[in-house]
Design a binder for this molecule. Structure first.
Ligand code: 6PG
Length: 252
């Protein structure tokens, strides 16, 4: 994949979804190993949607799970819909069913978003409070996740940072309720200050349907898509893609 534009971006393209999942697993295991060796823990924020399901499932398989010291892994959720945990649309439910319920995490190391469907404002305030209690920072210091997993929407959104939504300009709070007009709903999401402070930010995206938006995000004018505002200000940004979604990057 030529061009200085793309070479400057840390892009990995895999033959198909299965290979992409395997690549993601290797990255996760290696980053977990390094983080736990250096800092004694691996603090992660996980994304929802459908793309990461295969990754979560594979990570939970015994021969892979055994390669991670789950007792040292701390789990947060990058964003959530304002639905009850029992809803099929719940990110927390999906991630818990596919991964968290199958690996030996310490219960106190999984931070759930309480009652996202009750009062989104309260849920966001409550989650930021739990983040602050965990990270124990002073003043306006920002938390630093070791691993921030993100997806890419077909409109260029990421987490629950949607085009034109108020959270795009949030520069102080860590986690907010965010009105998404086009979906006629409120979402809960980690904000850019926290996302961009992560050590390793990984976009996991696949599929022909997003090839055009991905090309625009990576090579088009800045500021058009929320995912373009994700910058590794204190770490590294990765794009983990399958061949289909990367199909329009050839020769760029
Ligand atoms: C969510 C995600 C969201 C997702 C994208 C892509 O709550 O849905 O956090 O940002 O990553 O919408 O979703 P798919 O993987 O389903 O295409």
């Amino acid at each position: 994949m030529g061009s200085s534009v793309l070479e400057a971006k840390n892009i990995s393209v895999f033959e198909d979804y299965d290979a992409l999942v395997k690549g993601m697993v290797e990255l996760f295991v290696n980053l977990a190993d390094e983080s736990i060796k250096v800092r004694g823990k691996f603090i992660i924020s996980l994304s929802g949607g459908s793309t990461p399901k295969g990754f979560y499932s594979r990570l939970a398989e015994a021969e892979v799970a055994s390669r991670v010291d789950w007792s040292k892994v701390v789990v947060f959720f990058g964003d959530e819909r304002t639905v009850p945990y029992t809803s099929p649309d719940s990110n927390q439910r999906m991630i818990t069913e596919l991964l968290l319920s199958k690996v030996p995490l310490s219960r106190e190391n999984v931070f759930a978003i309480q009652d996202p469907d009750m009062d989104p404002k309260d849920a966001a305030i409550g989650y930021e409070r739990s983040m602050r209690e965990f990270f124990k920072l002073s003043g306006d210091e920002l938390p630093q996740f070791d691993f921030m997993l993100l997806g890419l929407g077909d409109d260029g959104h990421t987490a629950s940072l949607f085009p034109g939504s108020p959270a795009l300009t949030e520069a102080v709070r860590w986690f907010v309720d965010n009105k998404v007009e086009k979906l006629n709903t409120v979402r809960l999401t980690t904000t850019y200050p926290v996302i961009n402070n992560s050590r390793h930010i990984v976009f996991l995206a696949e599929g022909q349907s997003k090839a055009s938006v991905l090309k625009d995000v990576l090579t088009g004018p800045e500021g058009k898509y929320p995912s373009q505002n994700v910058k590794a200000e204190n770490g590294k940004l990765y794009w983990y893609l399958d061949k289909e979604i990367a199909s329009q990057l050839e020769g760029v």
